[in-house]
Design a protein around this ligand. Structure first.
Ligand SMILES: Nc1ncnc2c1ncn2[C@@H]1O[C@H](COP(=O)(O)OP(=O)(O)OP(=O)(O)O)[C@@H](O)[C@H]1O
Ligand SMILES: [Mg+2]
Length: 361
């Protein structure tokens, strides 16, 4: 087992700069999730850690050892990809043991490790099967088993569940969580799935265009994003951003007027600095943070364009002028119908403010 440290890691392909100076300190045994828009460099960063791709500059340490120029096979990492790429003509047992056979491990050693991995992954009854006779989830478990038998210091997963259907994903997500708690190894995991990121991660790395926007626990990022990008990226459906103007400010809080919400004035806590009176800001409100209008004096009215009833909760999509749209989540069923005017309450304590550069105010 080992922690991982990246120091000013950069990667260019020709003159295309993909990773632009990443510093990361990953503790031994932590489960780290990389998220970010498509093309931001998640897979590239993972491949740099694995050694499948060579860094252009900077340093990568695994377990306090500089592995920046070390061969992938010498780094003590194992990578699991989205496509499981099992050998179709081999049994589950042979698929899992093949890598060890190639590296000259004894039959006894291979057997012991394969049996142990099969036990952890509940693959024992399937050891004699061939991949064609297994479900997607079972095949993905074999692919994970293949990495477990190598007893790596660090596991690297690149969207391992994205080929699975929704139900299997949930099941495999739980299995990966169990795997992490039973192996206690450092894991780095790339995903597009909000729920996977929030539930699996000890810490999430939000990447944008090759730069780390924020690194912290899932709830730190959700409750306390540093900027508009992270605020919009973490949380589903995404946070609403409304144009507003600061009408007064003192240390720790400011009053903001939101023209598109009938000129609603609300007090918003400030975190990083005192804004200027008259400053144009973006006000951030998560769909799930609106409240019953009867419970607050901070409320507004707006026409709904669409109402979605999901049973356990409902979404109202409101047109609020200037083409701005607002998503409001309500618990349970809603009595609001498409096209009706809804009255919605705002909770100032969960409202955030961002400046014109997108930084938290
Ligand atoms: N071998 C390469 N040569 C040139 N450009 C590359 C190469 N590999 C990746 N890139 C570029 O680097 C950028 C980051 O790619 P990467 O695969 O890391 O993105 P990603 O965040 O994993 O995206 P996705 O979510 O779509 O998987 C992309 O713009 C991609 O086109
Ligand atoms: Mg990728």
């Amino acid at each position: 087992m080992a922690g991982v440290r990246l120091t000013d890691v950069r990667k260019s392909f020709g003159d295309v700069h993909v990773i632009k100076g990443v510093d990361l300190e990953i503790d031994d045994g932590d489960f780290i999730v990389f998220v970010g828009p498509s093309g931001c460099g998640k897979s590239t960063l993972l491949r740099l850690v694995s050694g499948l791709e060579e860094i252009s500059s900077g340093q990568i340490e695994i377990g306090n050892e500089d592995v920046s120029r070390t061969e992938p096979s010498e780094r003590g990492v194992a990578m699991v990809f989205q496509s499981y790429a099992l050998y179709p003509h081999m049994t589950v047992y042979d698929n899992m043991g093949f890598g060890l056979k190639m590296t000259g491990h004894s039959k006894e050693e291979i057997d012991q490790r394969v049996q142990k991995a099969a036990e952890i992954l509940e693959l024992k009854p399937l050891l004699d099967r061939k991949p064609a006779a297994m479900s997607g989830g079972q095949r993905q478990r074999v692919a994970i088993g293949r990495s477990i038998v190598r007893e790596p210091k660090v596991f690297l997963f690149d969207e391992p569940l994205s080929n699975l259907d929704a139900e299997l994903r949930v099941q495999m997500r739980l299995e990966i969580a169990k795997l992490h708690s039973s192996l206690d190894s450092t894991m780095i995991y790339v995903t597009h799935d909000q729920t996977e990121a929030m539930t699996l991660a000890d810490k999430i790395v939000v990447l944008r265009a090759g730069i780390v926007e924020q690194y912290g626990s899932p709830l730190e990022l959700y409750d306390n994003p540093d900027n508009e990008f992270v605020a919009g990226f973490i949380g589903s459906p995404r946070m609403n951003f409304l144009s507003g103007e600061v009408t007064s400010a003192k240390a720790g809080s400011a009053t903001v007027t939101i023209p598109n919400l009938d000129g609603l004035k609300i007090p918003v806590s400030t975190r990083d600095r005192k804004p200027e009176k008259g400053e144009k800001v973006k006000v951030g409100m998560r769909p799930e943070h609106f409240v019953d209008a009867a419970s607050t004096k901070h409320k507004f009215k707006a026409p709904t364009s669409v109402v979605e009833q999901l049973g356990g909760n409902s979404f109202l999509y409101l047109n609020i002028g200037d083409g701005e749209q607002l998503t409001v989540e309500q618990k349970g069923h809603t009595s609001v119908r498409d096209g009706q005017v809804a009255t919605v309450g705002v909770d100032p304590s969960t409202t955030m403010m961002f400046d014109s550069a997108g930084l938290r105010v």
